[in-house]
Design a protein around this ligand. Structure first.
Ligand code: NAD
Length: 466
């Protein structure tokens, strides 16, 4: 007995009715989502504080404002995004009109993680609704307070004939995945990404996989250590390091490491005080399991800064590890916590070699006063996104696509990229029912002349037939 069967049937019926395709219907859903965010700002901030002890500013900056901006952008641009996109034709189709129609896929499944449980659930939802789909949302069961708000309050703001929230952990999600969807949008670990993709294969369902991994951060000798330290400390310890695009480790020379360490210590003290545990601006580890995992990683290399932990609060101090071996667990798995190992290399070439020997990361950062060094790093590597002398603030720019490459994921979203991700790009050619005489040339029996004409007509656009 499939517990999701009725919900899925209901949503499929709505989609088949065509209601979700109308621009007015889509706009009404987006407006509802915007109202949900505005009316429940405090409730969401409280839930995020309960789940992760997120500070109101970090909640606003990385979750609520980003969602609200995505909603506003989608409402503002809905008509232009939905418009057919005319394309040029070749000589064979000169008298026809060719265009790309963005049509909704149908029923979408969005599966979200716990680390930014509002952002990573609602930003994809904006794209899916704007594109005219019906949606099933599966928030993370780990960020429980946020899950509760999303399950109990959000549906009141949306048309429930096209939208539903489904709850559960791995077992329920796998049961849900046995059903057929028209697109699955998953954010989480590469391990579960493979489970999702395998389930999607059974129904030939397209997937977007937003995964994680180890994002490197190269620091060149030619840099101002305090500037680099400020930026790296902020985006490594933001949300207690539980950020998919946080710099997972620093690569630099031993000399730069020695200049960076006091600068990092100084930035930590300035941002979180002498006792970071009492800072209201430092989040906590989401649960006991992750706390224990991170505590285990503190034993790798040598603790140069921090290293303290308190299980009763799931607190781990902003920590820097040095003398770390490549083979140690901290360099084998994604850290996803407030621990920053420094790995020493002799320079740019060795750093590039270190990075390109590994899976393509979700993000890559390079810091240098010399723009050639930053550009070389960009040229000689690949990653989902790239920050030159900057952290993950590119995530606040909706005109940039967000997504991984290789092991860090497939597909992209944010802004119009989300709309396109949740739309089928249908190739359309509209010809006149008349003018049949002009078609004679392409029908058999073929002659030398028709051969020449067809070759010319197709070559003039540099295309080939089939
Ligand atoms: P996760 O893969 O454990 O869980 C993600 C979702 O999948 C949850 O909703 C969960 O209920 C479900 N799930 C978990 N195990 C499952 C299973 N065996 N079968 C079916 N479904 C299952 O990920 P997480 O711990 O919630 O999130 C952390 C990971 O997500 C990190 O690797 C991080 O880098 C990645 N992440 C990536 C991005 C991105 O945008 N690329 C953003 C945030 C987090």
């Amino acid at each position: 007995m499939d517990p999701f069967a009725d919900t899925l049937r209901r949503l499929r019926e709505t989609f088949r009715s065509g209601r979700t395709r109308a621009a007015e219907f889509r706009a009404a859903q987006l407006e509802g989502l915007g109202r949900f965010l505005r009316d429940n700002k405090q409730l969401l901030q409280d839930a995020l504080a309960k789940d992760l002890r997120k500070s109101p500013l970090e909640s606003d900056m990385s979750e609520l404002i980003i969602c609200q901006n995505e909603v506003s952008l989608a409402i503002k641009n809905l008509h232009s995004w939905m418009k057919d996109e005319p394309v040029s034709t070749n000589m064979l189709t000169k008298l026809s009109s060719a265009f790309i129609r963005k049509e909704p896929f149908g029923l979408i499944l969005i599966i979200a993680p716990w680390n930014y449980p509002v952002n990573l659930t609602l930003v994809p939802l904006v794209g899916a609704l704007a594109a005219g789909n019906c949606v099933i949302l599966k928030p993370s069961e780990i960020s429980k307070s946020t899950e509760k708000v999303l399950a109990e309050v959000l549906p009141q703001y949306l048309d429930q004939s096209c939208f539903a929230v489904v709850l559960g952990g791995p077992q329920e999600t796998q049961q849900l995945l046995e059903n057929r969807f028209d697109h699955i949008f998953f954010t989480g670990t590469p391990h579960v990404g493979k489970i999702v993709m395998a389930a999607a294969t059974k129904h030939l369902t397209p997937v977007t996989l937003e995964l994680g991994g180890k994002s490197p951060c190269y620091v060149d000798d030619d840099c101002d250590p305090q500037t680099v330290a400020n930026r790296v400390v902020w985006f490594r310890y933001f949300n207690a390091g539980q950020t998919c695009v946080a710099p997972d480790y620093v690569l630099c020379s031993r000399e730069t490491q020695e200049r960076l360490l006091p600068a990092i210590q100084s930035a930590i003290t300035r941002f979180y005080g002498d006792d970071p545990k009492s800072s209201p601006n430092l989040s906590r580890i989401v649960n006991q399991k992750h706390f224990k995992r991170l505590q285990g990683l503190l034993g790798c290399g040598r603790v140069a800064i921090g290293g303290q932990s308190d299980e009763s609060e799931r607190y781990i101090a902003p920590t820097v590890l040095v003398d770390v071996q490549e083979t140690e667990p901290v360099m084998q798995e994604e850290i996803f916590g407030p621990i920053l190992p420094i790995v020493t290399v002799r320079g740019l070439d060795e750093a590039v070699d270190f990075i390109t020997r590994r899976e393509k990361p979700l993000a890559l950062y390079a810091f240098s006063n010399n723009s050639q060094v930053v550009n070389q790093m960009l040229e000689r590597t690949s990653s989902g996104s790239f920050g030159g002398n900057e952290g993950f603030v590119y995530l606040t720019v909706p005109s940039l696509p967000f997504g991984g490459v290789g092991h860090s994921g497939m597909g992209r979203y944010h802004g119009k990229f989300s709309f396109d991700t949740f739309s089928h790009h249908r190739a359309c050619l509209m010809a006149s029912p008349g003018l049949e005489k002009l078609n004679e040339v392409r029908y058999p029996p073929y002659s030398d002349w028709s051969q020449k004409f067809i070759t010319w007509a197709l070559d003039s656009q540099g295309c080939t037939l089939l």
